[in-house]
Design a protein around this ligand. Structure first.
Ligand SMILES: Nc1ncnc2c1ncn2[C@@H]1O[C@H](COP(=O)(O)OP(=O)(O)OP(=O)(O)O)[C@@H](O)[C@H]1O
Ligand SMILES: [Mg+2]
Length: 454
């Protein structure tokens, strides 16, 4: 059953149910109050009759024998009062008046006789005035019920029409979305549904659109990967083969220095294959980490002294800013070195001469150590930021390929940080600089430090 039908059915059941309960409650309330009203008008008479009958019953050893002798109705100051007394088996034991028994029972006031906790019988009091009054009173609930059923039916029909339209209206956005989901399932990745409202449906449509775009991108990344790997392998391979051709063509003894560029390309090729291996291991969650308590400040000094000469060549100054008391966390120091080495190499590569690079250690969140690598370099345009950690992604393909990067550095860095349960982010302003922010959990390290008595 379609959603629209389900909503309609649910609303219809609710409306019909509520209407019937309403009609029933009204009927019971009106009936109850009318009955109480009738009794009230002859309250004194009913009390007197009850007293007389009770006294008789008690005085005659709890029996109605000779009740015909009882002079009831003498103290009733109404026109033509009548009474019908019945025992506990509903047999008529006393009748005063001319009206038929059925009429007295139907239009009179009924009163149960319970004497000393024992049901002794019942009586019906009747007089012409009360009969008229009762006829009107019986008529009222009947007309109320007829009115209610009439109005209720009309109300139910109107409500059902509204419910039908409402359910159609509620389900309408889904009717647009469903074929889209179908088309996405059939492989039409990137398909976008119209977002017409800002309510929950609008949010579903937005989430669907986002998911569809993500799927399209993931598919594109998957398709591109093979092409990228082939492309990356082709460059060094064609350089090697070109150079070998030249050497062969010259037909001379190969001088050792002529082999150096070949060796460079082979090293590059090797590095690429190794990077891909590490990346696929990390993405599959199979990367082995040798986590030990590591002083990140010491690690920063080691890194800076290792790449210091590279920065010096460009007159770039490198500064360490430690804002923590305890920079020891539990990480795999070799993997972390690789992460920060890539970030620092990038920073040097994309910072013009005489710029500055900061390596900051901060403890803003007690559970994380925050490490940032900030540069005053060329920055990265906004459109590139969300792809920066993708494999082989370069903001400027021609320039970076020449300057030696494979475009895997940040993808590997991200996987290393993720495998440490950390977070990596990038913030950048074109022509002002870039900062890479890494948060690494420090809880485990504290426990280990205590265990190690540090
Ligand atoms: N600090 C930075 N400033 C400006 N652009 C950057 C910075 N860091 C990275 N990038 C951009 O991000 C791209 C990807 O960087 P990544 O480190 O992944 O690759 P790479 O440095 O080109 O190659 P690899 O690190 O594998 O040798 C770079 O090519 C560059 O365009
Ligand atoms: Mg790099």
């Amino acid at each position: 059953m379609g959603l629209h039908r389900k909503i309609f059915l649910a609303l219809a059941i609710a409306i019909v149910g509520i209407s019937f309960v309403f009609i029933l409650l009204t009927h019971l309330t009106v009936k109850g109050s009318i009955e109480a009203g009738i009794k009230e008008t002859r309250g004194k008479e009913i009390t007197n009759l009850t007293k007389e009958l009770t006294t008789f019953f008690i005085n005659h050893n709890h029996s109605w024998e000779n009740i015909e002798q009882l002079k009831v109705l003498e103290n009733i100051h109404q026109d033509d009062p009548e009474i019908l007394v019945m025992d506990r088996q509903h047999h008529v034991i006393l009748k005063k008046g001319d009206a038929p028994n059925k009429l007295v029972q139907y239009l009179g006031i009924k009163h149960e006789l319970t004497i000393e906790h024992e049901r002794a019988g019942e009586f019906f009091y009747y007089d012409p005035e009360i009969a008229n009054f009762n006829k009107i009173m019986i008529g009222i609930p009947i007309s109320v019920v007829i009115l209610l059923i009439g109005c209720g039916s009309l109300l139910i029909i109107i409500s059902l029409i509204i419910a039908y339209r409402l359910s159609k209206w509620i389900a309408a956005p889904l009717r647009i979305l469903l074929p889209m989901i179908d088309r996405l399932g059939k492989g039409e990745l990137g398909i976008q549904a119209p977002v017409q409202t800002k309510d929950e449906y609008g949010k579903i449509a937005e989430a669907f659109n986002h998911m569809s775009k993500e799927l399209e991108q993931a598919e594109m990344v998957r398709r591109n990967l093979t092409a990228d790997v082939a492309h990356e392998l082709r460059t060094p391979l064609s350089i090697i083969s070109g150079k070998l051709d030249v050497l062969q063509y010259q037909g001379q003894m190969i001088k050792p220095e002529a082999l150096l560029p070949l060796q460079d390309e082979l090293i590059r090729l090797n590095q690429l294959v190794e990077d891909l291996r590490i990346l696929s291991l990390a993405e599959a969650g199979k990367l082995e980490l040798k986590k030990i308590p590591t002083n990140m400040l010491d690690l920063a000094y080691q890194l800076l002294s290792a790449i210091g000469p590279l920065a010096e060549e460009k007159g770039i100054s490198m500064k360490i800013d430690n804002q923590t008391n305890d920079p020891i966390i539990c990480v795999d120091p070799d993997r972390m070195k690789q992460v920060f080495l890539n970030l620092l190499t990038n920073a040097i590569r994309y910072t013009p001469n005489y710029g500055t690079i900061f390596f900051r250690l901060m403890e803003e969140d007690p559970h994380y150590l925050k490490v940032t690598v900030e540069d005053t370099g060329i920055g990265i345009e906004k459109e590139h930021l969300s792809h920066l950690f993708d494999r082989f992604y370069r903001t400027d393909d021609a320039r970076t390929r020449y300057s030696g990067g494979t475009g895997l550095g940040l993808a590997i860095a991200k996987q290393y940080v993720l495998s440490h349960d950390g977070i990596i982010e990038v913030k950048s302003m074109v022509n002002q600089g870039t900062s890479f922010i890494i948060q690494l959990p420090n809880d485990i390290s504290k426990i280990e430090k205590i265990n190690n008595g540090q």
